[in-house]
Design a protein around this ligand. Structure first.
Ligand code: DER
Length: 234
């Protein structure tokens, strides 16, 4: 099975949790894309009714619109019944790294407003410790004096061998999020110790908007692997 086929299997399994009448958080990324497609298909077939989608990015909003999924926002629906979204890393406690697709702020707002957050991944996303795999730990920051903020982040985790890099777009310009902010990716040589301590320290930096550690947020993680599907509950 290809990685994308595994993503689709996990996504379709998560959509089995969707009931008619639900207010749904619609995730962002290649795994969540399959879930949104499936929801659109079930609505078209009449197997799901009265769904309201709360998109976690402009990209997902466009996809949902093209599928005819009725959309709204958190102002109108401050409580969301169920969110389905992917992740970049999942640790044994169901803590996540998200944001390598650049949508972490709206994802965290929507998923933070959910009664249930079902995370969908292929088995390659499972790690023992968040942020220790040498891949990016995204932090959304304001563009104003971004270097000042990036340097503070890098220095904060120098013991973990941290390198902070501004994320660039296709043409080498700074990547700009849906919210008009920049993203600094933190590359760590080893994990950042106590995640809650690290999370609080990052959020205390004035120029930081939000980071990609989703701690104690997923209620269920659906993992699709070569040997089948595993469902992990909090
Ligand atoms: O950017 C995000 O948070 C996405 O959910 C991402 O982390 C997962 O994307 P993928 O499903 O394309 O791997």
């Amino acid at each position: 099975l290809t990685q994308d086929e595994l993503k689709k299997i996990a996504a379709y399994k998560a959509v089995e949790f969707v009931e008619s009448g639900m207010v749904l958080g619609l995730g962002t990324g290649s795994t969540a894309k399959h879930a949104v497609d499936r929801i659109g298909e079930l609505l078209r077939l009449g197997k799901l009714k009265n769904i309201v989608g709360i998109p976690t990015s402009k990209k997902t909003q466009e996809q949902a619109l093209s599928l005819g999924i009725p959309l709204s926002d958190l102002d109108s629906h401050p409580t969301v019944d169920l969110a389905i979204d992917g992740a970049d890393e999942v640790d044994p406690h169901l803590n996540l790294v998200k944001g390598r697709g650049g949508s972490l702020l709206r994802e965290k707002m929507v998923e933070g407003a959910c009664k249930k957050f079902v995370c969908i991944v292929d088995e390659s996303k499972l790690v023992n410790h968040l942020g220790g795999s040498g891949l990016a730990m995204p932090v959304e920051i304001v563009p104003f004096c971004w270097e000042f903020t990036a340097r503070k982040l890098q220095n904060m985790f120098e013991d973990s061998g941290c390198v902070a890099k501004l994320r660039n777009g296709a043409k080498g310009e700074p990547f700009v999020t849906d919210n008009g902010n920049y993203i600094v990716d933190l590359y760590l040589q080893k994990n950042m110790g106590d995640l809650r301590v690290a999370s609080d320290a990052i959020l205390r930096i004035a120029g930081v908007v939000e980071h990609g550690m989703f701690l104690d947020m997923a209620t269920t993680v659906i993992v699709a692997g070569e040997l089948g599907i595993t469902i992990k509950n909090k």
